[in-house]
Ligand binder design. Sequence first.
Ligand SMILES: *[C@@H]1O[C@H](CO)[C@@H](O)[C@H](O)[C@H]1NC(C)=O
Length: 351
Amino acid sequence: MAYTYISWLLLGQFLTLVTTSASKIPAIIVFGDSSVDAGNNNQISTILKSNFQPYGRDFLGGRPTGRFSNGRIPPDFISEAFGLKPAVPAYLDPAYGIADFAVGVSFASAGTGYDNATSNVLSVIPLWKEVEYYKDYQNKLRAYLGYQNANRIIREALYLISIGTNDFLENYYTLPNRRSQYNVDQYQQFLVGIAENFIKELYSLGARKISLGGLIPMGCLPLERTSNFFTGNGGGCKESYNMVAMNFNGKLSGLVKKLNYELRGVKVVFSNPYPIVKQIIRRPSLYGFEEVAVACCSSGLFEFGYTCNQYNPLTCADANKYVFWDSFHPTEKTSQIVTDHLLKRALHVFF
Ligand SMILES: *[C@@H]1O[C@H](CO)[C@@H](O)[C@H](O)[C@H]1NC(C)=O
C-alpha cells in the first residue's frame, strides 16, 4: 500500500518533470525527404506531390497537406511530445507565417537526397537549398523576435534530419551514373561525407540539438516487394537493400559519435528506426496490423503520389490495419509507433 503510494508519487513527479522540462525545446526544425515533408513540394514544379485525397484523410480536419501519409508524420508526433503544436508546417506553405514557424518548421522535400543528383531526378529541393531556406528563416525570425530571442530559439531548437532512402532507391539503383562511379560502399561514404558537411554547417549556423535519422528496412517497402515479385523472387523483402540500409545506418551512427567528439557543445543523437520497423514487419499482429506486404492505397503494389488518388476503388477502408499507406511510405499508425520508440530510445535526452 505505502509502496504503491510512493510509486504513484514518484510517477507524478516524473510526469511533472517531463511536462515542465518540455519547454526546454522551443521549436522543431526539420530537414529531409518525404518521410518528413509537410507539403513543401506543393509549391514547386515537380510531379512528386500528395496534396490530394486520399492522402491526409486521417489528418487533423481530413486535409491532404502534402504529407505522404493518411495522417500525421514523425515530426508532428515529436512536436506534440515536446509540448509544442500537434503538427509542424511546411516552410513554403503560404497558409503559415513566421509566428507559426517560430515553434516548428519543415524544410523537407519529398524525393530529395543527400546527393544533388538525387534531387535532380524529380526536380525537387536539394539539401543545400533546404539550408538556404533555413538561413532565410533565421533572418525572418530575427526580424520577428529580435536578435537575442531568435538566437535562443535557434540554439535550443531540436533539429530533425531524415533523408537518404531516395539516394539508393531513386538514384543509385535506378540510374546508371553513380553506379558507374562508385560501388555501393563508396557511395555510402560519399553520402556520409555530405551528411557530415551538412551537420557542420547547421552547427556553424547555431544548431546544437540534432537528431540524425537512419534508414528503415527499405527492401521491405511494398514497391520493392513488387519489383522482387516481377524478378521472380516471390514478393519477399529485397534483403540486399536491407543490408545496405543497415550498413549505411552503421556509418551514420559512426558519424554521430565523431560529431559529438569534434563539435563543442553539440548533442547529436542517432535516431534509428530500423530495428522497430523490422520488428513490426516480422510480427505485424503484435501491433494490431493485418497487412504488411501490400499498402493501403490503390492496389498497394506500386502506387504513390499521383497514382495513389481518390478515383481508385481499391484503397483500403481502415489504414490502421496496414503498415504501409502507399507503396513507399508508412501509415500514420506505423509512424506513431516508430516515433514513440525513438522518443524513448534516442530523443529522450532532449526532454
Ligand atoms: C551540390 O550543389 C551545390 C550547389 O550547386 C554545391 O554548392 C554543392 O557543393 C554540391 N554538393 C556536392 C556534394 O557536390
